[in-house]
Write a protein that binds this ligand. Sequence first.
Ligand code: ATP
Ligand code: MG
Length: 438
Amino acid sequence: MTSQPIIIPRAEHPISRASISPNALKVLYRLHNAGFRACLVGGGVRDLLLGHEPKDFDVATDAHPEAIHKLFRNCRLIGRRFRLAHVQFGGEIIEVATFRAAQGEAEEAARSTGIQFNANGRLLRDNVYGTIEEDARRRDFTVNALYYDITNFTVLDYTGGMADLKTGLLRLIGEPEQRCREDPVRMLRAVRFAAKLGFRLHPDTEAPLLTLGRLLEEIPPARLFDEVLKLFLGGYGVETFELLRHYRLFGHLFPATERCLSRQQQHFPKTLLVRALANTDGRLAEGKSVTPAFLFGALLWEPLQDRSKQLLTAGLDEADAMQTAADEVLSAQLKHITLPRRFSLPMQEIWSLQSRLTITTGKRPLRLLAHPRFRAAYDFLLLRAEADPELASLAQWWTHFMEMDEAARKQVLEPAAKPKPRRRRSRRPRQQSSTEAG
Ligand code: ATP
Ligand code: MG
């Protein structure tokens, strides 16, 4: 089955070449001049049509990867799931993908040519080239399947994406449950785009999200790590988090955190986590840096607290309880989502500095100031203090302390309380018991 796309002429849409990255234009034109079809597609087209600045530009073409490779010296072929070309211009990468078919009418053909599904219907490999229309139909949402054609500057719409874009509707292409089974990450993408674009989910798209969340547990942890960063470090973390919980997806990503949240819901309408996400969104809006170490530190803080309290009750001292809890919470979480050590180590430092921040006498506060993770740990304390009034005065103390010059700092520090002299145990020789002597 082939059908004609809706063609939106240049005069009827707002995309101008001036708003497209010059590098993306170079790629489009070089492909076009070599006789290939070349279109901008995906988030770039979607965002330009909405008047937003695109995060990146993706190109789709009928040129095969090898042909793309020949056209661009600055090009690498990549891809585990399918082969893509990355054309690199300094810091900017233009992703160039060959049109491919996967679903619907192409599925039968595809099965015999190498597409594999697992028992839940998840697509394990697809690398079957196809027509532009097939390429449109294997994409996730209608608003992500609009093509800007460099030949004549028209927008091509094969799936009704223009109408959905106008009404703010996020709609999976094809049969929604099947599309979520093929690739459960599409459920996370649905939530991410709904939050970012402020779109509603179409009721048919929404339905499988509420029932298929468990399929996320089959996704390789490394892919989920990438997705989690997009979910929470994309500038709309708070809305995204609330939608993930609403659709009961969050618990399949962070099960221990979900258990704490559902238990605490009555007492803590605004947890540290929501504050951390709001703070992150604010920083991103101001162009400041954010780090996965801090994000995961906040995501796992409640489970950490819970577990270390249990261990304290079981008789461990504070430091041991904290360290053991940190190890346990992290290793349980790593079964679901990868957290590379370059982030998990600083995360654990942020955690362990929390107890060192409670010491405000002696030389230790000065030493702590020089710690490479001090600033992050202090920011973390501020968030905790917002969520817990008992910490307000400690947070204030540190804020003042940081504002002081060195002399004032030395003055304000009282000498540390002298440790109580240890009582010497009298060393009586142990009496051998009768059994031992036996
Ligand atoms: P962003 O603004 O986050 O870059 P995007 O829509 O461009 O949003 P990408 O992850 O860059 O998202 O993917 C580019 C395009 O590839 C998407 O717009 C969509 O058409 C298609 N796509 C990406 N991931 C999937 C998927 N899991 N299933 C189907 N199509 C996908
Ligand atoms: Mg993109």
